[in-house]
Design a protein around this ligand. Structure first.
Ligand code: ADP
Ligand code: MG
Length: 351
């Protein structure tokens, strides 16, 4: 049973979040391959200061040596030594609020190789388990605890990949050659659904997801960094009276790699992919900024990704974005690009 202290803690968290605005941005810098400190991403010792300094390599202008320093602030910064457990602790209350009726959306943004999939899905060891499995486990445990107070929850999960302009069902278990096409539909009541999608009762979800993950590793590894994967858990809670009391969605998104590609290098399919990724990512930025500014028109329909996510963004929803950073010197340009992405979002949120 949830005792009064826990309920109070959650109520306070929700109130505080509303006061601070419903969009949080965290930065996570992964370890340098081969270990050691990053030569250009500097993290202050106290990570609560939430500041990242990116320092460009020294360049020589005439006889002078110049160095540019850029600083970025976030709601929280996780350095290379932050464990999956520490990262999850920081978002567990956010996840919890999905059971309080809030829609929750959590994104991982960053260039390919920066740690998005590691953050969302995790690595192989128990300690390396990422946000998605931890969040699902926490929601189930909390729902179980609320069961003692007469609540009954049901869960439906879907896992979709958005690639260029098409959707692919990651929970599909049918014949490979018979994959159906998917369309996004919006009901008169404004609810978003996807046609022909597998909506899985959650009990056996983990097995299917694991199966899909292994196929993804062998055949789609390359493609996976060029598509967005959207895990969505629809939650419905009822009390003994059988009337629906709480309906919400927890959405966990591993975004496509946000790297810039020189036009001359990307041709054909590759160019089409980059264009689709860039336009969907910048549209996501526009949507979040418009929501933070409480604008009357939110451009959800400008991309498949935001159209799909429409019902979990906006309204009373809570949004968290991870900006994942690769600390290697050759990623400097991309890192700077990624670090700049949420600044508009963040600034307008705090007005
Ligand atoms: P992305 O999904 O952004 O392309 P990955 O999550 O696949 O990047 O990460 C790239 C590599 O770095 C993987 O081998 C991953 O296991 C490793 N990695 C990423 N983040 C961390 C971390 N915080 N700690 C340890 N290894 C990490
Ligand atoms: Mg990935």
């Amino acid at each position: 049973t949830l005792h009064a202290g826990e309920m109070e803690r959650r109520r306070l968290h929700n109130t505080l979040q509303e006061l601070k605005g419903n969009i949080r941005v965290f930065c996570r810098v992964r370890p340098l391959v081969g270990g050691g400190p990053s030569p250009h991403i500097l993290l202050p010792p106290d990570d609560h200061k939430a500041l990242v300094l990116a320092r460009s390599e020294e360049s020589h202008v005439g006889r002078r040596t110049t160095q540019s320093t850029y600083s970025f602030s976030f709601d929280r910064v996780f350095g290379p030594s932050a464990s999956q457990q520490e990262v999850f602790e920081e978002i567990s209350l956010l996840v919890q609020s999905a059971l309080d009726g809030y829609n929750v959306c959590c994104f991982a943004y960053g260039q390919t190789g920066s740690g998005k999939t590691f953050t969302m899905e995790g690595g192989d060891s128990d300690a390396a388990v990422g946000v998605i499995p931890r969040a699902v486990k926490q929601v189930f445990l909390a729902a179980h605890a609320l069961g003692a107070q007469g609540w009954e929850f049901s869960f439906t999960a879907s896992f979709v990949e958005v690639y260029n302009k098409s959707l692919r069902d990651l929970l599909y278990t049918g014949k490979a050659g018979k994959r159906p096409e998917h369309q996004i539909r919006k009901s008169a009541a404004g609810e978003i659904s996807v046609t022909n999608l597998t909506y899985q009762k959650v009990q056996n979800l983990i097995a299917v997801a694991n199966q899909n993950r292994s196929t993804a590793q062998t055949t789609l590894n390359d493609r996976s960094s060029r598509s967005h994967s959207v895990f969505q858990l629809d939650i419905q809670g009822e009390t003994a009276g059988r009337e629906v009391c709480c309906k919400s969605t927890l959405c966990l998104v591993d975004l496509a790699g946000g790297e810039r590609v020189l036009k001359s290098q990307a041709q054909g399919e590759r160019f089409k992919e980059m264009t689709a990724i860039n336009s969907s990512l910048s549209n996501l930025g526009l949507v979040i900024t418009a929501l933070a500014n409480k604008e009357s028109h939110i451009p959800y329909r400008n991309s498949k990704l935001t159209y799909l996510l429409q019902s979990c963004l906006g309204g009373n929803s809570k949004t968290l974005m991870f900006v994942n950073i690769a600390p290697e010197p050759d990623s400097f340009g991309e890192s700077l690009n990624s670090l700049r992405f949420p600044s508009k979002v963040n600034d307008s949120n705090k007005k």
